[in-house]
Design a protein around this ligand. Structure first.
Ligand SMILES: [Zn+2]
Ligand SMILES: [Zn+2]
Length: 314
């Protein structure tokens, strides 16, 4: 089976799942391991339709105690990660006039519990397909064993109505973690958190995004002087850990971008960061690069709990 045949079969399978009708055949085993590295063209391909331009990105929760992001584009509705309880997911969706039953799919970035804690109950009470890498699905472990029919191995590109979802590899201490770029028409929304460093794939995925969810996890000095033991400090600061305020800000300063690009800074550490520290660092780095925060680039901070919304057309 070729990769495109495999993708078609997976797509048919996931549509069947979403409609609640069980497919006749078992989900096929993949012939080879998928890669999620890209060239510039991966994120530039033109879309076949004029797709809807109204897009809502709503971070339901962000940080080490749980992550979940809702994205609606036209009538396509997806959830990225399910790291909070089913009840909180329901509540968060209700605030944006959505229900769990309305979701077309859930996409997981990686298996850490701050991204998957709510998954078992979500699986129990819903029917939508769960897209992720096979390594991630396996790493989540026994608690989702009963739901393997809901797993759809992530292809290099997923089409959901007018929206295309393109996973890209990230560097993080997980089995096979990914970020996601969503494209619709000429617009792009990118979700990039849990980053040990900014790889070429992250750069390509984030360039010219209309809305970017970017990790600004910690202040390096606060990590070094903070309460964590040395091994945990090394993990956070390492190449498979998390992105600092300063690295995130420097990335924003050099990123090829559209005027008025909107950035949601996310996955902020409760112990090694503060909203004021993040804002100050980003403002300083952008200023040094001749940019004005709020003018050249619109920035908001995601909260650990409670919603932060961004509307593409506002
Ligand atoms: Zn993680
Ligand atoms: Zn995380």
């Amino acid at each position: 089976m070729t990769e495109s045949e495999f993708q078609l079969q997976q797509m048919a399978y996931s549509i069947g799942q979403a409609r609640g009708c069980a497919p006749d055949t078992e989900l096929p085993e993949a012939v080879e391991e998928m890669t999620y590295t890209h060239t510039e063209d991966s994120f530039m391909e033109t879309m076949p339709t004029h797709g809807p331009s109204d897009c809502t990105v709503s971070i339901l929760a962000s940080g080490s105690s749980g992550n979940a992001t809702y994205i609606r584009w036209g009538n396509t509705r997806i959830l990225i990660d399910a790291g909070i309880s089913y009840r909180r997911i329901e509540q968060g969706l209700r605030q944006v006039q959505c229900t769990v039953a309305d979701l077309d799919a859930v996409f997981l970035t990686h298996e850490h519990s701050d991204h998957t804690a709510g998954l078992p109950v979500l699986l129990k009470r819903s029917h939508m397909p769960i897209y992720t890498t096979r390594d991630t699905w396996q790493a989540i472990g026994k608690k989702i064993d009963d739901y393997s029919d809901r797993f759809v191995r992530l292809p290099r590109r997923v089409s959901l109505k007018d929206v295309q979802v393109i996973p890209f590899a990230i560097s993080h201490d997980a089995a096979r973690p990914v970020g996601y770029a969503l494209r619709c028409g000429d617009s792009k929304v990118t979700v990039a958190t849990d980053l040990g460093y900014i790889s070429r794939d992250v750069e390509l995925a984030a360039a010219h995004a209309d809305i970017l969810i970017l990790e600004a996890n910690h202040d390096e000095q606060m990590v070094r002087e903070g309460p964590y033991p040395y091994c945990l400090q090394a993990r956070i600061l390492g190449q498979k850990g998390h992105l600092s305020n300063k690295t995130a800000a420097a990335f924003l300063a050099r990123l090829p971008r559209k005027q008025g690009m909107k950035v949601l800074l996310a996955h902020r550490s409760a112990k090694n960061n503060s909203p004021a520290c993040t804002v100050q660092t980003v403002r300083e780095v952008l200023h040094d690069a001749g940019m004005v925060m709020g003018q050249d680039i619109i920035i908001r901070l995601a909260c650990q709990s409670g919603q932060v919304r961004f509307q593409d057309k506002e």
